[in-house]
Design a protein around this ligand. Structure first.
Ligand SMILES: [Fe+2]
Length: 948
């Protein structure tokens, strides 16, 4: 295992934020300065310490020629807008204090240049003359007010802050309709000290502004620093409560905060926490918690009522972002679903992502809808008449039907269909051929591929070592039947060719399983009460062969007893001698694949990477200041997650939504994910090494790479994932060491401790009493905890997300649902059995998803598997918020270089014929842990965050 970086904590003074003093000034020479060349900032030492001259600032002190003012677009220079004002901290919204010309000698000019992005969804129009009121404000230079905040206090004893220096900004440039530039000029006394932040007031009535950055420079154009913003500022934010603070980029632990910024640090967090009341507006920036009570729609249809997830012993669940919509009329515990699903303003998609998402959505939905509509049916339950028709989905173009013919699909995907109606109406559409089918059209039929995908597919989180035999359930035998599995040693030893006994195989760690027994069994009868679906508990056992591959041995399907039926279960095995057994084996595999598809989507994907991450985002924004180094570290890993989760709550996981419509558990899908949260989820096991050890797929071994010895040497996800885990860990350890020199600095960090307390007791409050939560008391525990969060949001998500279309697009390989029972289930349905014996191919297709289900899932998987053009990848250089710190920048550079190196290592592994789980004829190479990718569906690439 490579060693972590050991960087020393910063030795800089907390006050070294943005000194705006000159090196030619004697008093300033001992002060680190971003602006050594700016001789115009030289101030007489007497004035720099003159409190009386500072207090006298306020009215225009200097009338400098503003070269660019004359070029201002749409601006009418006014006296009020030309100059800066000093605003006492106690009355920042009040009028400027009068000044005295005696202070002129100690004053220098600073120009702030704000870059504001023009976006295509309304903002462009908002800033054009059609918006009369706001435009007039802009014309007179009263649209945007900026204030410089000193890092220093006026009086250390009383804690009195220095007055801010305020100036209206003028629009001076309009760059090809893409960005607008505003400038404000300030007269800054030398005694003002370092500028630690800029306050922004958007005084327009309706127009939001997206701030890219604010550059501070001297009046002769030499740059002092650039504050990165990348944030929306709401209209009418001119009062004290609404003013927005943008801190200079340098992070500080709470105890090291420059004293002049302390109150701003506190206030900004208070703004983001909100008051927990009322309905959120789209322009809000408030992060708060709520339970999952917005999936149901009982006012529309009683059948769309669902239990609240979270906040109860019966349905524990992580919390989501609070939107505050009113309750439904039917159920006061359920939130109504009208209007936009609020997310804090800065969590929204970028324009580029939004456009890509919309475009892909339309294409995907069209692709899904067309075959369904074309089959004349609009019967959601019609299966595929032949495998030939399945193949035709990828081969023939189909013409778009009129929207009126879309029948029931209108209610399934109304938002998506709105996009459909707005799109061109006559086009030929195709599904892309999934990558696995391009490689080997018949791979889905082979047991070898079924087994290989447990190690190198999109759900590598389910396979586990058999540690005791016989296999046993943890469920109550009085309710669910015998705990002991029906898979006997005789059955397994026969399938193993009697090369060893089962006890020898267990001892040698040669037996593995997919255990979907205890998760699904309690839901079998509920799900069977729904139409057009069925369910079993299942156990699937594999043998690790001497060439390192897994061989399928047996599948057990179980139906527990009910009030009217006894328990039924049967063990199926591969057969080449008996065609009936051979077809039953194929059908049993299809059931297990549907179980795996459900486990993948509901647990490995949604619960663990989308749902469980949202509380980290909420707690970080509420408790970690944007000045906090841990906030700087985590922010890229939270990009778009809240937004994509809100979209999922609207259309994917909602009552009657796509998951319920297309996966076996139907309306119980989300309850199942709550059961998995209750029984399986624990924070400490979200770390990859701990996850592997928990499943018996690795054991701790200090002598081995990564400190782990893998149980299956060629486990592509684990082998590649551990490279990524280590790279993240080294980077995070270096970053933590940079800011936390010892245990006390971690334990005493009040914001960090508040963040972690809130994650444990509020966001994951239903698990607050679990003993396994790590305590953040040393740099090591902090680094491990942060590594876990970064891993889950980036690589874990990528492993289960970006191969979805490659492996599941051709649905026979991963059917989302098994719709019919095994024909041999007792009591045997004579007609179904006869139909199976007459045409087993058709029986299998009837078990598969219907045409509508299959095409909808294909469309959604295609959408979710695509990288956006504005994707930001793990270790990528697109957005490096810590680039002002040389040591952090160097550590990040090493992280980036290591990830580039890992790409090459993975390519080499995929060419190694000895690695039979990832290299062979017609085999899809394992690329899901390759860090970088082009846009689109590529089957590789690890974005920083769970963003699709
Ligand atoms: Fe995802």
């Amino acid at each position: 295992m490579s060693q972590p970086h050991h960087l020393k904590p910063s030795s800089s003074s907390p006050n070294h934020t943005i000194p705006i003093v000159s090196t030619s000034c004697t008093a300033a020479r001992s002060t680190p300065c971003f602006f050594r060349a700016a001789s115009s900032f030289c101030l007489p030492s007497s004035s720099s310490s003159s409190t009386s001259s500072l207090l006298s600032l306020g009215r225009p002190l200097q009338r400098r020629a503003r070269a660019r003012r004359g070029d201002a677009i749409g601006c009418v220079p006014s006296s009020a807008a030309r100059s800066s004002e000093t605003v006492p901290s106690s009355s920042r919204s009040g009028s400027a204090v009068d000044s005295s010309s005696s202070a002129m000698a100690g004053v220098r000019g600073v120009r702030a240049t704000a870059t504001i992005k023009v976006t295509v969804s309304g903002f462009l129009n908002d800033l054009r003359p059609s918006r009369v009121i706001d435009n007039i404000k802009d014309l007179v230079g009263r649209a945007l007010n900026l204030e410089l905040v000193s890092s220093d206090l006026l009086d250390a004893k009383t804690g009195k802050e220095k007055p801010t220096i305020r100036s209206y900004a003028h629009q001076v440039a309009d760059n090809d309709d893409e960005v607008l530039t505003y400038e404000a000029d300030f007269d800054v006394p030398a005694s003002f000290g370092a500028v630690g932040a800029v306050l922004v007031s958007n005084e327009q009535q309706r127009t939001e502004m997206f701030f890219v950055d604010i550059k501070l420079s001297s009046s002769d154009g030499v740059e002092i620093t650039t504050i990165k913003c990348n944030s929306w500022v709401a209209p009418n934010s001119g009062d004290d409560a609404g003013k927005r603070v943008f801190f200079a980029n340098k992070p500080y632990l709470p105890s090291q905060t420059p004293p002049g910024l302390l109150s701003y640090r506190k206030k900004d967090l208070e703004q983001k926490r909100g008051n927990g009341r009322g309905q959120r507006k789209s322009t809000d920036r408030i992060y708060d918690y709520d339970v999952y009570n917005d999936l149901a729609n009982p006012d529309s249809n009683a059948d769309l009522a669902r239990p609240v997830l979270g906040g109860s012993k019966q349905f524990p669940y992580p919390r989501r972002c609070r939107t505050g919509r009113p309750a439904t009329k039917t159920d006061p515990k359920t939130e109504s679903r009208g209007g936009d699903n609020y997310v804090p303003r800065d969590e929204a998609f970028s324009e580029e992502k939004l456009l890509q998402f919309s475009l892909t959505t339309v294409q995907s939905v069209l692709s899904a809808v067309v075959p369904a509509a074309q089959s004349a049916l609009i019967d959601p339950n019609l299966g595929f008449p032949s495998f030939f028709v399945i193949d035709k989905l990828f081969e023939d173009g189909v013409k778009l039907p009129p929207a009126e013919q879309l029948g029931f699909l209108r209610s399934v995907v109304p938002r998506l269909l709105q996009l459909l109606r707005d799109s061109p109406g006559d086009q030929v559409l195709l599904f892309d051929m999934p990558a696995n089918v391009q490689k080997d059209k018949f791979a889905w039929l082979r047991d070898e591929e079924f087994a290989r995908e447990t190690l190198a597919g999109i759900n590598p989180y389910a396979i586990e070592l058999v540690r005791e035999f016989p296999l046993k359930s943890k469920l109550d035998p009085a309710v669910y039947g015998p705990a002991e599995s029906a898979i006997t040693a005789d059955v397994l030893e026969k399938q193993m060719g009697h090369v060893m006994t089962v006890s020898e195989a267990v001892k040698q760690k040669r037996l593995f399983m997919l255990d979907f027994h205890d998760l699904f069994l309690p839901y079998v009868h509920k799900i069977r009460a729904l139409k057009h679906t069925t369910m079993y508990g299942s156990r699937t056992v594999f043998f690790l062969t001497s060439d390192g591959t897994l061989r399928l041995l047996a599948i057990e399907l179980t139906r527990p007893k009910s009030a009217t039926q006894p328990q039924w279960r049967r063990v199926f095995t591969p057969s080449t001698a008996d065609t009936t057994e051979s077809w039953l084996w194929r059908m049993a595999k299809s059931h297990v694949r549907a179980h795996d598809a459900g486990h993948h989507e509901l647990v490995s994907h949604w619960l663990r990477t989308h749902c469980a991450v949202e509380p980290y985002i909420l707690a970080a924004n509420r408790q970690l200041s944007e000045l906090h180094p841990v906030f700087h570290l985590l922010r890229p890993h939270f990009r778009y997650t809240t937004r994509i989760n809100a979209m999922a709550r609207s259309a994917l996981i909602s009552a009657g939504g796509i998951i319920e419509t297309t996966f076996s558990p139907g309306r119980y899908a989300m309850e199942l994910s709550s059961a998995a949260y209750a029984n399986l989820w624990r924070f400490d096991a979200e770390a990859l090494p701990a996850d592997l050890v928990r499943r018996g797929m690795a054991e701790l071994d200090p002598e081995s790479d990564h400190g782990l010895k893998l149980t299956i040497q060629d486990y592509p996800f684990a082998n590649d994932g551990l490279l990524i885990w280590d790279a993240i860990q080294n980077w995070v350890q270096a970053y933590v060491a940079r800011f936390y020199p010892d245990a006390a600095s971690v334990a005493d960090d009040v914001e960090l401790q508040a963040f972690w307390t809130e994650v444990r007791t509020v966001g994951h409050g239903d698990k607050k009493d679990e003993p396994w939560w790590p305590v953040l008391d040393t740099p090591a525990t902090l680094a491990h905890t942060l590594t876990t969060i970064v891993w889950v949001a980036s690589a874990h998500h990528a492993a289960v997300n970006f191969g979805q279309y490659d492996f599941g697009g051709y649905f026979p390989n991963r059917p989302s649902i098994a719709r019919t029972k095994m024909p041999v289930e007792e009591p045997v349905d004579a007609a179904a059995m006869a139909a199976f014996l007459d045409n087993p191919d058709q029986a299998l297709r009837e078990c598969f998803p219907s045409q509508v289900q299959a095409t909808l899932v294909m469309a959604v998987l295609n959408l979710l598997s695509a990288h956006s053009p504005d994707e930001e990848y793990l270790g990528g250089m697109e957005n490096v918020p810590w680039n002002d710190d040389e040591k952090v920048r160097a550590a990040y550079g090493e992280f980036h270089a290591r990830l580039k190196e890992i790409e090459g290592i993975i390519d080499g592994r995929n060419r190694d014929r000895k690695l039979r789980n990832r290299c062979g004829a017609g085999m899809l190479p394992y690329q899901l842990m390759k860090p970088f990718s082009q846009p689109g569906v590529t089957g590789k690439g690890i974005p920083n965050s769970t963003s699709i």
